[in-house]
Design a protein around this ligand. Structure first.
Ligand code: NAD
Length: 416
């Protein structure tokens, strides 16, 4: 039987498992299985050649019981409403597990930004806000960058929203450039948060991470900073990294700046001189201490999970492990730091950005790092302790922590 890989159905199945374990009241369970609100928009955009192209866009506010919806915005040709729903659900659990006063949301536009000019992207970004602006805002729903969106796009969107409001409103969106109210420390926040979790995992497992070998799949924002900070903060020996072209391996460890330099120059890490090459599938099965999936969904599946040899998996990517694979990893004693805990550093610093915008007072890097460390460390131990107490795998434990918090807020509001 092939595994069901519809991301929203996976997200619902993960919640179902937690709901059953918690004995969640059926009405509450049914409510938490669905997004509270969705807006589907149609965006006419004048292209540079004078033609008109019509794009489809979405914004999903999955649950805002704990605070304004929060979540990124993707520009991708294969965007689907189900992917956006799943990611919005995961944002709900993510903000709850790190205990920040926000809910979960996500947005997307079906488009191929690689084939669009900057002017076209600007017109599309502004068109999106003219439609979605009616349901977002610092007190209701705060988007951020995600796949193929960036600080410049956030700047245009913030400007368009501010024009609609008649005054500057930087808190409507996070991941902005520093000059427009972005936060120090946002660039490496996701990987940094993941490395803080890994540090704590090393402590509870009694594992010395200094010199521990690591393989990282994906060499974008999450993967590159995972190597840099894994080495800097924990002394990891990163022996293998990859991108969409394949992987490179060196037993003695890869020099981070060499890999980054080669990728910046050629567009891929493959081809760095004197390195062995290997496939993305082989990377996942390497005999390393730490495996960091930092690229795509559904890469560790029922088919290959039994061959994963790493002792710890740090899921910086969203949804890299299928539910069937989870069970296999658990049986084999692999310690998984699940995605919505491991990669929550980005949203924690986004939350700090919103706080700084509200106060119109900006923090230095040290303050951001300190706040991030404190949030991630507390979240890691809440999940670890839940897993120990209930004798469940870490993903289920993370759900138990998050769902109890969200359901509690829903109950207190009297919604269910
Ligand atoms: P990115 O676009 O910066 O980098 C993605 C990397 O993955 C690129 O190096 C690309 O070459 C590589 N890749 C693409 N297809 C691949 C394949 N088939 N095999 C191996 N590598 C492949 O994206 P990112 O921001 O680093 O995000 C990566 C993952 O982390 C995504 O799942 C994203 O949702 C998740 N994430 C990122 C953040 C963040 O703040 N950047 C926050 C939370 C979660």
């Amino acid at each position: 039987m092939t595994e069901e890989l519809n991301p929203f159905e996976i997200a619902q199945r993960q919640l179902d498992e937690a709901a059953e374990f918690l004995g969640l009241e059926p009405g509450m369970h049914a409510f938490l299985r669905e997004p509270m609100r969705e807006l589907h928009v149609t965006l006419p955009v004048r292209m540079d050649d004078g033609s008109l192209q019509v794009f489809k866009g979405f914004r999903v506010q999955y649950n805002d019981a704990r605070g304004p919806a929060k979540g990124g915005l993707r520009f991708h040709p294969n965007e689907t409403i189900d992917t956006v729903r799943a990611l919005a659900a995961w944002m709900t659990w993510k903000t709850a597990v790190v205990d920040i006063p926000l809910g979960g949301g996500k947005g997307g536009v079906v488009c191929n930004p690689k084939e669009m000019s900057q002017r076209e992207l600007e017109r599309l970004s502004r068109a999106y806000i003219r439609q979605v602006g009616r349901i977002i805002g610092p007190k209701s729903d705060v988007p951020a960058p995600d796949v193929y969106t960036n600080p410049q796009i956030m700047a245009w969107m913030m400007d368009e929203y501010s024009a609609l409001q008649g005054h500057s409103e930087p808190g409507v969106i996070t991941g902005k450039p520093l000059a427009l109210g972005g936060s120090a420390g946002r660039m490496d926040a996701t990987a940094r948060g993941g490395m803080y979790c890994l540090r704590e995992a090393g402590k509870v497992l009694g594992m010395d991470l200094k010199g521990a070998t690591a393989a990282i799949q994906g060499y974008g924002n999450a993967g590159y900073y995972a190597q840099l900070l894994g080495e800097e903060l924990l002394g990891l020996n990163v022996v293998c990294v990859s991108d969409s072209q394949g992987g490179i391996f060196c037993e003695d460890g890869l020099e981070c700046q060499d890999v980054k330099g080669h990728k910046d120059e050629t567009g891929t890490c493959v081809g760095l001189p004197d390195m062995e090459t290997l496939s993305n599938e082989e990377l996942l099965e390497l005999d390393v201490d730490v495996l960091v999936p930092a690229a795509l969904e559904n890469v560790i599946t029922a088919e290959n999970a039994g061959r994963v040899k790493a002792k710890i998996v740090v899921e910086l990517a969203n949804g890299p492990t299928t539910p069937e694979a989870d069970e296999i990893l658990r049986k084999n004693g692999v310690y998984v730091i699940p995605d919505f805990l491991a990669n929550a550093g980005g949203v924690v610093v986004s939350y700090f950005e919103g706080v700084q915008n509200a106060y119109n007072y900006y923090w230095d890097l040290e303050q951001v790092y300190e706040g991030l460390d404190s949030k991630m460390t507390a979240a890691f131990h809440a999940v670890h302790q839940m897993a120990q107490a209930k004798k469940v795998h870490n993903r289920l434990a993370a759900y138990l922590v998050a769902v109890v918090r969200v359901a509690g807020a829903v109950k207190l509001r009297g919604w269910v």
